[in-house]
Design a protein around this ligand. Structure first.
Ligand code: V1D
Ligand code: CA
Length: 432
């Protein structure tokens, strides 16, 4: 029997009290509901729970422009009328409103994903979960689609300090445009997004023909889908595509964005997935046995989001959960049935015909064939800023101290790629 994965879980109760405003579909309260359900099922006994640090402005500026971060830091609901020019410039408004504690909210959800990446890099866990993260639309200099800072990009940048190649997978119903854009021109991150495409569905990008550019050509994969996709079609496409991607790309770590707006009955989504179908994708990625960072994302029918991310926390811990929801602070939301698993209605038509899905799959595979098989891929030199904790070791909790052996491992690459470090170079050394 294989050893269980070591799972680290990041949560700060303060994110759940943030309010985007009346009529706004994004309800961070769903994070409190998820956490309450995770505790009610006793999953906290099977993993390590951490309160994330609040990411410093300088950490957020690893991806975002300093002026944008400074703006997010300064703006408040009371002062926003003085900043109409900046609000326009940074795309703040109906989708991305200014609300109380906005900056602290960003610091917490980004801090969680950065901490998760650190813990994976330090090999202190195999899987790290931050359900508050996954805000995949945020851009370098602007907010977009309910997202202000892009924690996923920040987490991936951290993982790139220890891994030559990172795979990003996105099962939110919306296109993972912010993450794709950040890494569109590099071969060090492969992005794969499954999403609804067409009918002006937000954000409108993510055509199968968009494959990356320059060094990043063929390292962006888009799987555009139509309304009503069901478990059978989705999980089949997901498994076929992700297996081929992993075979070709051989990533050192995976980031999985688990937006729950791809579930049936979502207030904004239009897919027809059950929680079991969604979780099947998570299980499949877990079984690839690579360091795995899991985040949340969209999800607008709160009780289903909480159910879904609880089932997925269980799946990542190899725990089957009883279908009867135990008593918890939010039990009224799960009434009348109080069941964990949902069953999508059968009256939704699946507009993804077999022929359509097969055409998309063929186009994706054709793009993958354009990649050289990973050992042949010429990688650029990895920047020399290997992650070593920038802290005084004596101040650490003994459980968190990093021994020399671990430190030595940290500065080794996860694979064979050093620019100029191949057999040919070795031959040349001997010849000279
Ligand atoms: F219905 C609303 C009510 C109030 C405020 C906003 C909305 C709303 C619904 N859908 N906004 C949207 C999408 N925006 C537009 C705009 C029209 N404009 C020209 C653009 O269609 C944004 C949907 C964002 C989805 C976010 C996400 O689920 O992908 C997510 N992932 O991680 C976090 C969020
Ligand atoms: Ca997606």
């Amino acid at each position: 029997m294989p050893a269980k994965d070591r799972v680290s879980y990041f949560y700060d109760g303060d994110v759940g009290s943030v309010y985007y405003g009346p009529n706004h579909p994004m309800k961070p309260h769903r994070l409190c509901m998820t956490h309450s359900l995770v505790l009610a099922y006793g999953l906290h006994n099977k993993m390590e729970i951490y309160r994330p640090h609040k990411a410093y402005p300088v950490e957020l500026a690893q991806f975002h422009s300093a002026d944008y971060i400074d703006f997010l830091h300064r703006i408040t609901p009371d002062t926003q009328e003085l900043f109409s020019k900046e609000l326009l410039k940074y795309n703040m408004g109906e989708d991305c409103p200014v609300f109380d504690n906005l900056f602290e909210f960003c610091q917490i959800y980004a801090g969680g994903t950065i901490d998760a990446a650190h813990r994976l890099n330090s090999q202190l866990c195999d899987i790290a979960i931050n359900w508050a993260g996954g805000l995949h639309h945020a851009r370098k200099c602007a907010a977009s689609g309910f997202c202000y800072v892009n924690d996923l990009v920040l987490g991936i940048l951290e993982l790139l300090k220890c891994h030559a190649r990172v795979l990003y997978i996105d099962i939110d119903v919306h296109h993972g445009d912010g993450v794709e854009e950040a890494f569109y021109q590099t071969d060090r991150v492969m992005t794969v997004s499954f999403h609804k495409f067409g009918d002006l569905f937000f954000p409108g990008t993510g055509d199968v023909k968009d494959v990356g550019s320059n060094e990043g050509k063929y390292y962006a994969i888009n799987v555009p889908l139509k309304d009503g996709i069901d478990d059978t079609s989705f999980t089949r496409m997901f498994k076929l595509i992700i297996s081929k991607v992993v075979e070709f790309y051989q990533p050192g770590a995976i980031v999985l964005q688990c937006g729950a707006d791809s579930l049936a009955g979502d207030r904004l989504g239009c897919f027809n997935l059950s929680i079991e179908g969604h979780a099947e994708c998570v299980r499949f990625v877990k079984n690839l046995n690579l360091p795995l960072l899991v985040t949340g994302g969209g999800g607008y029918t709160k009780e289903n989001v909480a159910r879904c991310w609880t089932v997925e926390t269980g799946a990542l811990l190899d725990s089957e959960l009883p279908n009867e929801i135990p008593d918890n602070d939010y039990i009224n939301y799960f009434k009348p049935d109080c069941k964990l698993k949902t069953h999508p209605g059968s009256n939704m038509e699946n507009l993804n015909s077999k022929t359509y899905l097969s055409t998309i799959k063929m186009q994706v595979f054709e793009n993958l064939r354009n990649l050289q098989h990973a050992p042949g891929v010429q990688m650029h030199e990895v920047p020399p800023d290997w992650y070593l904790p920038d802290i005084n070791e004596d101040e650490l909790n003994p459980d968190e101290r990093i021994d020399q052996h671990t430190q030595d491992k940290l500065i080794q690459r996860d694979d064979e790629f050093y620019a100029g470090d191949n057999d040919n170079d070795h031959d040349m050394d001997e010849a000279s």
